[in-house]
Design a protein around this ligand. Structure first.
Ligand code: ARG
Length: 457
């Protein structure tokens, strides 16, 4: 039964019905829709529209509908209802008869769906924040296991300066921390109740909107009814926070995919998150990480889709807005999976300490330390840079590390170099000197691990 048959003479074209109906995806709003309807029934009682007895009957029936269908909302698709709102109303009428037809008094599906979706976004953001916290905990655990394990640091994917694994893990910890704060921020603005905005101009019944908002756990109600029914900023913001988070996960995944390759061999991924090749028996592919890296495409696409749907949309509600749900649902589902899989990858990953150390020792990544040493001998940095460059060339020609070039050879280029240079060229010495706040010295990283642990507790 459609909610709007009266002024129509002909039935909807079957193709149009399929095109127009949203139940096949908005069934996911079932529990939110029922929560909203229960609150609306109470608000109608407050406005003198429903007697206390009628309200009680309606609320009981709505609770029964939630109980029957709530755990597996996909089953309601077979009902053939237009959308989740029509479905709930039809079910209500089945249970309480004509009384069920009074619930929609003073309400429109426009303020109803805006309310449902805000409730959904609020719940989902809370879940994403929990998942982010769990992923952060795995990063901290990795940082704790490998606090001082040497890892070559790269710029331009060229070995630059040695760092430690603890520092690497906490870099991503920081990114995810900002993701949490972006999600929390988005949730705060989403947490306003549009119900009572009616179709667009505000309900004509004396609804206590503040009490209604409170009842649904919102921090307040939306201020303008036209805005209340047509605003989807909260979807854009949730997707935007999701995109940024997915971008971070994608970068992390790419690092580990590289590090897991035979060429790097810095880590070994667990069998539990890798797959084999149907043809090449030796292969162990980092599928979990590749999917984490790849998912950002559809999530970014969803954000773009939502923005473009809103662009140029006249006030107030338009059916275009029904297009808000699928990209949002899909993004949140996929982000949730990425965040869920990441700890499994991190917890099962083995760091190959020797390979990391070997790589950090190669590539002349202590050249900056040599330049710094020359600075300590009174040579201006720019000159020290030039001299070090020449020494690096000599090392390359000899096929050795800087610290393996004999002192006499070093002194041929710069006589102020002394025996004490070699102590400065060790990886340990170079890292220990990077003892600034936020730096990679093992001492600082150990402190940072402690601090990070506090923050996710
Ligand atoms: N299924 C619709 C949506 O998701 C519900 C609102 C319909 N409102 C309307 N005036 N037809 O946006």
């Amino acid at each position: 039964m459609a909610l709007w048959g009266g002024r129509f003479e002909q039935d909807a074209d079957p193709l149009f019905k399929r095109f127009n109906d949203s139940l096949r995806f908005d069934h996911r709003l079932l529990t939110q829709d029922i929560r909203g309807s229960i609150a609306w029934a109470k608000a109608l009682e407050g406005a003198g529209v429903l007697t206390s007895h009628a309200r009680q009957q309606v609320v009981e029936a709505l609770a029964a509908i939630a109980k029957q269908w709530g755990s597996d909302s996909a089953r309601i698709v077979e009902s053939g209802a237009e959308d989740v709102h029509s479905f709930v109303e039809a079910e209500l009428i089945k249970r309480v008869g004509d009384l069920g037809k009074t619930l929609h008094t003073g309400r429109s599906r426009n303020d109803q769906v805006a309310t449902d979706l805000r409730l959904w976004v609020r719940d989902e953001i809370a879940a994403r924040i929990n998942e982010l916290r769990a992923a952060q905990a795995s990063l901290v655990a990795l940082a704790e296991r490998e606090t001082a394990t040497v890892l070559p640091g790269y710029t331009h994917l060229q070995r630059a300066q040695p760092t430690v694994w603890g520092h690497w893990a906490l870099a991503y910890f920081e990114m995810l921390d900002r993701d949490v704060s972006r999600f929390a921020d988005a949730a705060e603005r989403a947490n306003l109740c549009p119900l009572g905005s009616g179709a667009l101009a505000g309900t004509a019944y004396p609804i206590d909107r503040a009490a209604l908002a409170r009842d649904l756990g919102f921090s307040g109600s939306t201020t303008n009814s036209l805005d209340g029914v047509s605003d989807r900023d909260f979807v854009v913001e949730a997707l935007s926070a999701g995109v940024t988070c997915a971008l971070h996960l994608s970068r992390l995944a790419e690092d580990l995919i590289l590090y897991a390759s035979g060429e790097f061999a810095f880590v070994e991924l667990s069998d539990r998150v890798t797959s084999g090749s149907s043809l090449m028996p030796q292969k162990k592919n980092p599928d979990a990480l590749e999917l984490i890296r790849g998912k950002v495409g559809r999530i970014l696409g969803a954000h773009t889709a939502m923005c473009v749907t809103i662009k140029g949309l006249p006030l107030a509600y338009n059916k275009d807005l029904q297009e808000d749900k699928e990209p949002l649902f899909d993004s949140m589902d996929n982000l949730s999976m990425c965040l869920g899989v990441l700890p499994v990858v991190l917890d099962g990953m083995k760091v190959n300490r020797e390979a990391c150390l070997r790589a950090a020792k190669g590539g002349h990544s202590n050249a900056t330390d040599l330049a710094d040493y020359l600075v300590s001998k009174g040579i201006p940095f720019r000159e020290a840079h030039e001299i070090t460059g020449r020494l690096v060339r000599i090392a390359i020609e000899r096929g050795t590390a800087l610290e393996d070039v004999p002192l006499a050879e070093l002194q041929k280029v710069e006589r102020r170099i002394g025996e004490d240079v070699f102590a400065r060229l060790s990886i340990e010495a170079g890292m220990a000197r990077r003892n600034v706040e936020g730096g990679t010295s093992p001492e600082r990283v150990a402190e940072a691990v402690k601090g990070a642990k506090e923050r996710v507790r």
